[in-house]
Design a protein around this ligand. Structure first.
Ligand code: IMP
Ligand code: MG
Length: 178
């Protein structure tokens, strides 16, 4: 597994420090608000568990499974919801969490879907942002790291469902998907 990581982009320590900062910022943002954290599985699982533990607030945490990727490295452009929320978000402040914003298609589609349910507010946070690849001009409200345009794995991010359990984020050797 590790031999296919060409370069470590973000160490375990760098990720932990940045997640703590984001947690503090979000604690200030959502103080006194009825918050529902919506995590987009599976990639976000590692990030959201650390992020919510860095947020000193009452909250609900719920999950959605949405996918636009096959086993390739670029988006198919369509977002399928395979598992929906188990709670009602009407009138709640919703924080949508994902591991990475790339084309922006996932956040755009899920945000549109959730807005129809009339939340009091809807904001987005992504641990990583491949800003150069955006196709719809949509940015996340909170971003952990702006990263270069390379296919990355680890800390939840997968290639063909593998590598999620690496504790750091690394650039996958292109020979793996060539
Ligand atoms: P978007 O819809 O193109 O913004 O892509 C968001 C989703 O694509 C993320 O939730 C990831 O599952 C996946 N993704 C995008 N870039 C990468 C990457 O470099 N490594 C692993 N997954 C990625
Ligand atoms: Mg994902």
């Amino acid at each position: 597994m590790k031999e296919n990581v060409k370069e470590i982009l973000l160490t375990e320590e760098q990720i932990a420090a940045r997640v703590k900062e984001l947690g503090a910022q979000l604690t200030a943002e959502y103080e006194g608000k009825d918050l529902v954290v919506v995590a987009l599985l599976k990639g976000c699982a590692w990030f959201v568990t650390d992020l919510t533990r860095a947020m000193d607030l009452p909250m609900r945490v719920d999950f959605m499974v949405a996918s636009s990727y096959g086993d390739g490295t670029t988006t198919s452009g369509k977002v399928n919801v395979k598992l929906d929320l188990s709670c009602d978000i009407e009138g709640k402040h919703v924080l949508l969490v994902d591991d990475i914003i790339d084309s922006g298609v996932t956040f755009a589609a899920i945000s549109d879907m959730l807005k129809e349910r009339k939340p009091a507010s809807l904001k987005t946070v992504a641990l990583c942002d491949k800003a150069a690849r955006r196709i719809n001009g949509l940015d996340a409200d909170y971003v952990g790291f702006v990263i270069p345009d390379a296919f990355i794995v680890g800390y939840g991010l997968d290639y063909a469902q593998e590598y999620r359990n690496l504790p750091y984020i690394g650039v996958l050797d292109p020979k793996v998907y060539a």
